[in-house]
Write a protein that binds this ligand. Structure first.
Ligand SMILES: Nc1ncnc2c1ncn2[C@@H]1O[C@H](COP(=O)(O)OP(=O)(O)O)[C@@H](O)[C@H]1O
Ligand SMILES: [Mg+2]
Length: 313
């Protein structure tokens, strides 16, 4: 028997090399020293997969890396969180993606080499992979042009095989927002943009106009609103869920991905929209109590302890 999963994540994979304690941002032709350095698993999709696994789901990842040491780090980090990596493709041609983050005071500069993540296509995804999962989650489509062009076909395949689906498109660095909203969104059971992405996608100035525009096409539209919590819009319902306010935010890196992991956990348990939003908000808030996207999700026990200590739940 093939192992079965609750969630199959299709997404980008990369490492983050984070340099802290810079005296300034670098200048052309000069060299500066960074006091601290961290090499860690990056990518929104990987944060979602890791945290969904910690929250109790069996998760498998389908993505593309290079045959190199950064790729090894990606695999090892996912496996540490019990995410199944058997479907990850190792390219002999491209390298594992990497982001170099230069943190200087409140400012940061980033350089990304996408590498292998850009070259995964629909041809790499087969029915026999999808049927092993109950739910398909796709994230960061603008970093994966090979997947983006066939996104509607991918979701059609998943729905045809009886999976439930979710999509967090994330920010489009080119700001083209070129997805086929009318044909794609009806195939997405849970669509999870943040406010800025929703406005940019619809080219609207206010959230209510953006919602009206998408309403004919979406099933569940879940809008992440940072420290204002989240809002869930369905045909007959429109619920705003208050945040678990954290007054000592360490950083909000990955808060949206953690929100997704909480929301989808409850969604797959068949819980009502209110509870999905509440648990998403809790996961997003817990995320902000530690550095990076996975720092607060070392185990379910640790997650529960933080939820109790910081938010009284
Ligand atoms: N400062 C905060 N305090 C409490 N919850 C937060 C805070 N920032 C984010 N969250 C939670 O995390 C969720 C996702 O964060 P948000 O910044 O909206 O997403 P993204 O990371 O995609 O931009 C929010 O909807 C909220 O539930
Ligand atoms: Mg996000």
């Amino acid at each position: 028997m093939m192992e079965r999963f609750e969630i199959l994540v299709v997404g980008e994979l990369n490492v983050d090399l984070i340099l802290n304690g810079l005296p300034s941002l670098p200048e052309e032709g000069k060299e500066i020293l960074a006091n601290e350095m961290t090499l860690t698993l990056g990518s929104s999709s990987a944060i979602f997969a890791s945290n969904a696994s910690v929250l109790g789901n069996k998760v498998a990842f389908l993505g593309k890396i290079g045959n190199d040491s950064f790729g090894e780090l990606v695999i090892e980090s996912l496996e540490n969180k019990k995410v199944n990596t058997g479907l990850i493709i190792k390219s002999e041609k491209e390298k594992t993606g990497a982001t170099i983050v230069l943190n200087y005071g409140e400012n940061r500069a980033m350089v990304t080499h996408p590498g292998a993540m850009e070259t995964m296509t629909l041809a790499d995804i087969h029915e026999d992979m999808l049927v092993r999962a109950r739910h398909l989650h796709v994230s960061s489509i603008y970093l994966q042009p090979g997947i983006k062009k066939d996104l509607t076909a991918l979701f059609t395949m998943a729905k045809g095989l009886g999976l439930t689906t979710s999509l967090d498109m994330q920010w489009d660095p080119e700001e083209k927002w070129d997805i086929d909203v009318k044909n794609l969104l009806p195939l997405v059971d849970v669509f999870l943009p943040n406010e800025a992405e929703l406005l940019a996608l619809t080219a609207q100035k206010d959230i209510d106009s953006a919602i009206s525009m998408l309403k004919p096409y979406v099933n569940s539209l879940i809008i992440k609103m940072g420290n204002k919590g989240s809002r869930g819009v369905e045909r007959e319902r429109d619920i705003t869920a208050p945040p678990y306010l954290n007054d000592k935010v360490i950083d909000a890196i990955g808060a949206g991905d953690s929100f997704n992991s909480g929301f989808i956990t409850r969604y797959l348990e068949g819980e009502p929209l209110e509870e999905c939003l509440r648990y998403g908000n809790l996961a997003g808030a817990v995320n902000t109590t530690a550095a990076g996207g996975t720092g607060a999700f070392t185990s379910l026990k640790a997650f529960r302890k933080t939820a109790r200590k910081h938010f009284g739940v």
